[in-house]
Design a protein around this ligand. Structure first.
Ligand SMILES: Nc1ncnc2c1ncn2[C@@H]1O[C@H](COP(=O)(O)O)[C@@H](O)[C@H]1OP(=O)(O)O
Ligand SMILES: [Mg+2]
Ligand SMILES: [Mg+2]
Ligand SMILES: [Mg+2]
Length: 356
């Protein structure tokens, strides 16, 4: 008998691999009018929409009953019927759907030569990601381009896919086309795929599946410990992270990087912790920004909680609800970090009161 979730894992790898191929080729040809600004002021490109349409089509073919929580929706595209933006998304998605990428990876996934879809079908595929989430049953989470700002800068981004069952992540796949296989060799081979299945461990491999390597996080070592954090100051409080660093007497500088590539780097031991302290009040973290990454870290021997030590709850809907930031680290460092966070936050509160 095969291991649980073997088919889902293979499908997720095939979908993320194809989407990475799409986003890498989009980047090289992206022009200015192929990016929109969403209601929350964040950017979305033709690559985000096309990658979601592609992944959703593949999931739909294999598991038509499974609901999908996807970041993007097609409302703006439908309103712009006949627009070049929509035409470009259709063209890109169909190119990726019909691509003869790797022999044998398409027979059962409804992709490959002759599998192009109509614009209407593709808008519907994007909108299959409108599921509201919840506590019971199966659901997939897609972040077609995580770290769109990094993508636009030509830096790090990730194509992210997870399968959840009863609000627990069971399968997580993250594709990072721009990530060096070895961070100490930034000019070396680029393109990493991270794969985790609950209870079956985590692996890193090349985007085409070469050199699969099991991941296991090194134990806490104060002499080398450092943080991974967002590039964008609006996404995380760099100054709170600095205070926590000082309290822990961390001497190495943080590594700034966009997207869930941070979870991949943490899982393979490039840094000691991924710290995501809220930059302001009111932002609710989205489940697609943490579902595959959290499983990857857990399966590599780490732990992922909010900044107060509460486990992340993927059963509340499309967001993680009121939980406060995210901390991912090796188990032996976790309680030290939680204590330092509490101290740093109470010092910040004290500073605010004394200024008032
Ligand atoms: N104010 C915010 N606080 C935290 N995360 C945010 C905020 N605004 C957007 N994000 C999300 O952070 C993620 C990128 O994180 P990172 O900085 O680690 O690369 C994106 O998915 C982005 O969402 P969106 O895709 O809607 O822009
Ligand atoms: Mg994201
Ligand atoms: Mg995104
Ligand atoms: Mg976005």
């Amino acid at each position: 008998m095969s291991l649980p979730f073997t088919t889902e894992k293979q499908l997720a790898i095939a979908a993320v691999r194809r989407a990475c191929h799409l986003t890498s080729s989009v980047f090289n040809k992206l022009v200015k009018n192929e990016t929109l600004t969403k209601g929350d002021k964040s950017p979305v490109t033709v690559g985000d929409y096309a990658a979601q349409a592609l992944i959703s089509s593949m999931l739909n073919h294999a598991y038509p009953q499974d609901p999908i929580v996807g970041e993007e929706d097609a409302t703006e595209l439908r309103a712009e019927s006949g627009s070049t933006l929509r035409e470009r998304i259709v063209e890109l998605t169909n190119e990726a759907l019909t691509l003869d990428l790797q022999q044998g990876d398409y027979a059962e996934w409804g992709i490959g030569p002759g599998k192009a879809k109509t614009p209407e079908q593709l808008m519907d595929e994007i909108d299959r990601g409108n599921y509201g989430g919840g506590r019971t049953g199966r659901m997939w989470c897609i972040d077609p381009i995580d770290g769109t700002k990094g993508f636009l800068r030509g830096e790090q981004y990730a194509v992210c896919l997870a399968l959840l069952v009863d609000a627990q992540v069971q399968v997580g796949v993250i594709g990072c086309p721009n990530l060096p296989a070895d961070l100490s060799q930034p000019e070396g081979q680029k393109g990493c795929l991270f794969v985790a299945v609950r209870g079956q461990g985590a692996q890193q491999m090349s985007l085409m599946g070469a050199n699969p390597t099991p991941l296991s996080m090194p134990p806490y070592d104060p002499s080398t410990f450092n943080f991974l954090e967002s590039v964008e100051a609006a996404h995380t409080s760099h100054s709170t992270n600095d205070k926590i660093s000082t309290l822990l007497e961390i001497t190495r500088k943080p590594i700034r990087m966009d997207s869930q590539a941070k979870y991949g780097c943490l899982a393979r031991g490039d840094a000691g912790a991924y710290m995501r302290m809220p930059a302001g009040v009111g932002y609710q973290e989205k489940i697609w920004d943490h579902a595959p990454g959290s499983l990857l870290v857990e399966e590599s021997g780490g732990i992922v909680t909010d900044s107060r030590g509460t486990p992340l709850d993927f059963g509340l809907g499309r967001t993680l609800g009121v939980n406060h930031g995210v901390i991912a680290t090796v188990k032996s460092a976790h309680s030290r970090l939680i204590d330092a966070v509490a101290k740093a936050l109470s010092n910040e509160e004290g500073d605010t009161k004394s200024k008032a």
